[in-house]
Design a protein. Structure first.
Length: 378
């Protein structure tokens, strides 16, 4: 065992000295290799991390959402529907929500307006960091709103959401119920939608079917459907970036294959000398294997570290517009690091294994040639 370990140690030392003799070529290869790993790892890290953030945010969402549809579009739902829904067995609790969108022509962005138990008093609002940053607002300032009937009124900024919640509150604006109904002209007998909590999660589908039969003009959205929708959205965005980067990956594969398979005259002469002094074909292949592993692992680890810093410390500054979405109010936040072993294994087999194989095949061919003819250059 010690003999085998010593042999591998000597082989690695010889590999490093061999690589240093061709510094320019190997530095160029490692640079390109690291860039490709960095790009692929950044997309994968961001996609998985943002999906996990979305799932954590949606953990507190209601089990079911009931919306009224008229002509295929969402419409305010009568609060009288609550009494019918509460009579369905299995519904633990039911309530209503008031929320909507308001377009601000000043910055060309849509705000999400919501009424909640934490809403400020009438005449006041609480705004997200994105709104405050874009409109240059501070506590005590006023925002102007145009109601559904054209009346202009002002609301005072009572508070600004913490930067820690910017992922979900960047474009959020909390408003009192009376101001909300005044702004949108919504009667007190209606709400935006209804929310339900179900005692037994396995009964959600059955309860949804009962609601659909009882209220034919409604649409029921389950919590698991929301999770699947967000997963699909971010998978699509991540896939879009991977398709864009496929050209770079293909160029790298061609580049790596050309560098690995096209042994230079110097490398062929070196192989011939090694064969002439007693090296076996297996020794030459092992040498080239270690050369490929040193280059690929160095590039792989460097690319992973750079991607980790890019995603979790700079908030994916290079991919932000594509992966976060197109919006005026970009949320500024740091993702919680989340790395799945499956991601690392996938990247490893996509980048390290192909290059290592590409270095062994041409070396095996060169090592089977007569040493004298190789050293003569014939």
């Amino acid at each position: 065992m010690q003999t085998w370990i010593q042999r591998q140690k000597n082989m690695i030392e010889f590999t490093l000295s061999s690589l240093l003799r061709r510094k320019r070529k190997n530095v160029a290869l490692v640079t390109v290799y690291t860039l490709v790993v960095f790009l692929l790892a950044s997309v994968i890290f961001f996609t998985y991390a943002i999906k996990r953030e979305a799932s954590l945010v949606l953990e507190g969402s209601p089990d079911m959402i009931v919306q009224r549809l008229i002509a295929g579009r969402q419409d305010p739902i009568p609060l009288s529907h609550l009494d019918k829904i509460k009579q369905i067995r299995g519904v633990r609790s039911a309530g209503s929500r008031l929320w909507g969108y308001y377009y601000d022509p000043v910055v060309g962005a849509n705000y999400t307006l919501m009424v909640s138990g934490e809403s400020p008093a009438e005449g006041s609002i609480t705004v997200g960091q994105g709104i405050a940053r874009t409109r240059l607002l501070d506590v005590g300032d006023e925002m102007e709103f145009k109601a559904h009937d054209g009346v202009i009124f002002n609301l005072s900024v009572q508070g600004i959401f913490s930067a820690k919640s910017e992922l979900v509150s960047s474009d959020l604006l909390l408003i009192s119920e009376s101001d909300f109904r005044k702004l949108f002209g919504l009667p007190r007998s209606h709400a935006t939608d209804l929310i339900l909590q179900v005692g037994n999660p396995r009964e959600q589908v059955t309860i949804a079917e009962k609601i659909a039969a009882l209220l034919p003009d409604t649409r029921i959205i389950l919590k698991e459907e929301l999770l699947r929708t967000y997963d699909t959205i971010f998978d699509w965005r991540g896939g879009l970036m991977l398709v864009i980067l496929f050209g770079a990956l293909l160029a790298f594969i061609i580049f790596a294959w050309d560098k690995a398979s096209g042994l230079s005259v110097e490398e062929k002469r070196e192989t011939g000398i090694l064969k002439a002094v007693g090296w076996e074909t297996s020794d030459v292949i092992l040498l080239k294997f270690w050369e490929g592993m040193v280059i690929s692992l160095t590039s792989f680890l460097a690319g992973l570290v750079l991607a980790y810093v890019h995603i979790f410390f700079t908030s994916a500054v290079f991919f932000e517009p594509v992966l976060k979405g197109w919006s005026v109010l970009y949320p500024k936040f740091r993702l919680i690091p989340f790395i799945n072993p499956y991601q690392i294994v996938t990247l490893f087999f996509l980048t390290v294994v192909p290059y290592t194989v590409a270095t062994i095949i041409p070396s095996w061919r060169a090592s089977t040639i007569d040493p004298d003819s190789v050293m003569r250059g014939s």
